[in-house]
Write a protein that binds this ligand. Structure first.
Ligand code: FE
Length: 362
């Protein structure tokens, strides 16, 4: 009897030891898997934030380092192409390491939102730093830098007094003179999406039809190639994003510099609806495991001290209204912007694609 009790006690002791060590292992796993989940973790835990981005500028790293210095939060960067990264976020689902996603164009940010890979952020700082029309209606993404889609023209062959609006480029006098890339470009899709919003579907369709009619050649290449087309005499005006002009003026390639020097920049629709603007933006991923750190990073990137450098890395305009654009951009002058919420560019994207298709814009 005594012996049996002793055996039982031994068994209980051994069992508890096994359970205890199992618990130890589990709690260790749990802590390494989820510790950064809300950012509020014990202080010896390594603080970090993981960023998926389609940006690729050296000066960005300096800003990230500055953020790390100020907060102790490491910034891990994974670069990729825009659509590739959305695909990756989708595929990784809950297992993703990414806390943040940065990409160009509100149309594409909308795609990420629709794919369900982002989540809303409620931050007074972000709401103050980013004007309402430059962020998602549900705060699932926030603009970081702004660009305008303008008319550039050959300074020898075109007098800027001949230019006025996007719509005016459909007049017969511009026949065979207009250069613009294909409708597969999200930039053009977003431009047409804005015209659908402002002028209505029918007028937007006639505009697209008129531009096709006046194209100097079948759409080919990117925005820079339209500028090169002007320099080569293939056309006289092109529709392109402002930052490409900045990039070409400061290019290491002499040819790009001399092309850009031939160009004038014209901000269309100043007496009507304003020039089309778009953003690069940032969103918090749906399955972020370092949420507090991520929001802190978003607030940092939109802050007055970061915006100037972040925007000028790609010759873009700051979104923060308290920050001046770079000197080069200021030299192009102030301009009136389309007054629409950029979420609309995403909402009207499918309709824009349909119209492009209907009018045969390749
Ligand atoms: Fe671009």
């Amino acid at each position: 009897m005594k012996k049996r009790k002793w055996l039982l006690q031994l068994f209980v002791l051994m069992f508890s030891l096994v359970v205890l060590s199992a618990c130890g292992a589990t709690s260790e796993n749990v802590s390494s898997d989820t510790s950064p989940s809300n950012g509020a973790t014990n202080s010896d835990e390594k603080q970090e934030v993981n960023l998926y981005t389609s940006r690729h500028y050296d000066t960005d790293q300096e800003l990230y380092d500055q953020f790390t210095e100020e907060t102790g939060i490491a910034v891990n960067v994974i670069q990729g192409s825009e659509d590739e990264l959305i695909e990756r976020l989708n595929r990784e689902g809950e297992a993703t390491e990414a806390d943040l996603f940065i990409t160009a164009d509100a149309g594409r940010l909308y795609r990420a939102k629709e794919a369900g890979v982002l989540q809303p952020v409620d931050s007074d700082v972000l709401n103050k730093n980013v004007p309402e029309n430059l962020r998602d209606k549900d705060n699932e993404w926030f603009g970081l830098t702004m660009r305008a889609r303008v008319i550039v023209y050959d300074k020898d062959r075109v007098d800027p007094s001949e230019l006025s609006t996007y719509e005016e480029l459909t007049e017969p006098k511009w026949k065979d003179r207009v250069l613009i890339r294909s409708s597969s470009s999200i930039y053009n899709q977003s431009l047409l999406a804005s015209l659908i919003e402002i002028n209505g579907e029918e007028a937007a369709k006639s505009w697209a039809e008129g531009i096709v009619e006046n194209m100097a050649r079948e759409p080919e290449g990117g925005d820079r190639d339209q500028a090169k087309g002007i320099a080569a005499g293939e056309g006289d005006v092109a529709i392109m994003n402002t930052y490409y002009v900045g990039g070409m003026l400061n290019s290491a390639e002499k040819e790009e510099v001399s092309v850009a020097e031939k160009l004038g920049i014209f901000f269309p629709n100043q007496d009507t609806s304003g020039t089309h603007v778009n953003v690069s933006g940032i969103g918090l991923t749906k399955y972020s495991k370092n949420k507090d750190n991520a929001i802190q990073f978003m607030e940092f990137l939109t802050s007055e001290k970061a915006q100037g450098q972040f925007a000028s890395a790609n010759y873009e305009y700051p979104v923060n209204p308290n920050v001046e654009p770079s000197e080069l951009l200021q030299s192009w002058g102030d301009f009136k912007k389309q007054d629409i919420n950029l979420s609309i560019l995403g909402e009207n994207n499918a309709q824009a694609l349909m119209l492009f298709n209907e009018v045969g814009w390749k």
